[in-house]
Design a protein around this ligand. Structure first.
Ligand code: ZN
Length: 259
């Protein structure tokens, strides 16, 4: 690199500092001298001045205009933030209320299709297949009665999507035991189950289909199953990849049923 070229390099590195007047007097004089002799660097300096305009004089009018511009920006920003905040809050409230299904689904909207009572080591359980529209976060609630009658009802959150397409979908297992300090201490066997009307009485559906026990086992040990009930068939899609179909009476089907 020639000496001249090197000098130009150094001057160009210094130009921003020279522009801001933060160089020593000696450097300032040297750069000035170079700029007066070197057209290329002088052009560079002009470009730089255009890119970095010096703070111009601020008149009261300009100050006022700038203030108004900032005010407007702040107003827009705070409106946008408010909208985001409100949307966030509403979303939060919606998802929070989904956790509390306390509103009763009208009894005429659903009916219990099958109820089976079966016994485990700890308790009696009631496997209930319900024909009902599907609500997000619906759950079955039980109101046990002393005279051996179990009343069940379906609850949903206040705001819950209702899907008419997904009828005949709800499967509930009602535990029949009393819990104390996390331990089930009393097995409770009901003779009658009421779901709007009496839907089960001791002696009805005494023969419990295999799929009830299979479902129970998968719930307790196998990571769970997704059940699909349609056209009086019940399908299992279980966590370990098991895939089986039965008719509701408990006869297992070979393969996957045709549509
Ligand atoms: Zn130069």
């Amino acid at each position: 690199m020639s000496e001249r070229k090197l000098e130009c390099e150094i001057v160009r590195d210094l130009l921003p500092l020279y522009h801001d007047d933060v160089v020593s007097e000696v450097t300032k004089a040297a750069v000035s001298e170079h700029l007066s002799e070197c057209a290329d660097c002088a052009v560079e300096f002009l470009k730089l001045r255009q890119e970095l305009p010096e703070e111009k004089e601020v008149t009261p009018k300009k100050k006022f205009m700038r203030f108004m511009r900032n005010q407007k920006r702040m107003r827009i920003l705070s409106s946008v933030l408010s909208v985001i905040l409100v949307i966030g809050l509403l979303t939060g409230v919606y998802f929070l209320q989904l956790q509390f299904p306390v509103f009763e689904v009208p009894a005429e909207e659903y009916g219990a299709e099958r109820i089976y009572r079966y016994e485990t080591e700890e308790e009696y359980r009631y496997f209930v297949i319900v024909r009902a529209p599907h609500y997000d976060y619906m759950k079955m609630d039980t109101v046990g009665m002393e005279d051996g009658t179990l009343s069940v009802r379906i609850l949903k959150p206040l705001l819950s999507r209702k899907s008419e397409l997904m009828t005949h979908e709800a499967i509930f297992v009602i535990p029949g035991g009393y819990e104390m300090d996390g331990e089930i201490i009393v097995k409770r066997e009901y003779d009658r189950v009421v779901c709007g009307e009496t839907v089960w009485e001791a002696g009805m559906n005494d023969e419990v289909p295999e799929y009830v026990y299979e479902y129970d086992w998968y719930e307790q040990h196998g990571g769970g199953c997704t059940l699909d009930v349609e056209n009086n068939l019940i399908g299992f899609d279980c966590a370990d990849g098991m895939f089986r179909w039965w008719d509701l009476d408990g006869n297992e089907l070979e393969g996957i049923p045709e549509e």
